[in-house]
Design a protein around this ligand. Structure first.
Ligand code: GSH
Length: 220
């Protein structure tokens, strides 16, 4: 039996718009779904930019996941590791499993870039002329992609049929749109988001991410 708990590195505090959408959330969620206890290491200030931390995550970002001799960065790689190591959160059937992995990568590679573009505009450049000009086109492209995701959800409750790490990552990515009504305006996507976010494991993961932010705010 394994004695050491895996360790997740996350932030002690982030600005309010990003609370509830930091990328340790999908990792916590996968661990909660799988019933795996973990330790957390919270970093503060600019410790993630310093050289020792970059040995763990070359980009100086969270999350990092340490699991008996393995050090992982990138939330997608981490949830894949959890799914494969523990035999959870991926369909057993090889075709369905491959499909789930396509959706996992699609969350990162097809949906997230558009979500990030909009986030950059809305959080960091809202008053700039270039941002005002570009925003409608970004919203259009993003909405098109999201309609493609929603089309899949007309026939299935979850992206790969059964709930999987693809859903965990897609929802984590979609949380970058919480400051807009874009997801709520697409009925199948709204219902999917609500179905996923009402899972008790999601609620526990979200509470775990938010807890240190609240402690830090009340100590300030
Ligand atoms: N693709 C990465 C993204 C990691 C990432 O961007 N993390 C952000 C928080 S969500 C971060 O650490 N930002 C701090 C910084 O860039 O200084 C993943 O999914 O793990």
């Amino acid at each position: 039996m394994e004695m050491n708990k895996p360790r997740l590195t996350a932030f002690r505090w982030v600005p309010i718009p990003f609370q509830g959408q930091v990328r340790d959330l999908p990792v916590r969620w996968a661990l909660e779904e799988a019933g795996i206890a973990y330790e957390e290491r919270l970093i503060e200030d600019d410790a993630h930019k310093a050289l020792p931390y970059r040995a763990l995550n070359p980009f100086g970002k969270v999350p990092v996941f340490e699991d008996t001799g393995i050090v992982l960065f990138e939330s997608g790689a981490i949830v894949l590791h959890i799914a494969e190591k523990h035999g959870v959160l991926l369909p057993r059937d090889p075709a369905a499993r491959a499909r789930a992995q396509s959706w996992l990568i699609a969350a990162f590679n097809t949906v997230d870039p558009e979500v990030m573009s909009l986030g950059d505009i809305d959080h960091f450049a809202a008053q700039e002329d270039w941002a005002k000009q570009r925003r409608p086109q970004v919203v259009r492209q993003l909405t098109d992609r999201l309609r493609n995701v929603a089309a899949q959800l007309e026939r299935h409750d979850f992206l790969a049929g059964e709930f999987s790490i693809a859903d965990i990552m897609m929802i984590a990515v979609l949380r970058g749109l919480r400051h807009t009504s874009i997801v709520s305006e697409i009925p199948f996507l709204r219902e999917y988001r609500d179905r996923c976010e009402s899972r008790p494991a999601f609620q526990r993961a979200l509470a775990a991410q938010l807890a240190p932010f609240a402690r830090t705010a009340s100590a300030a």
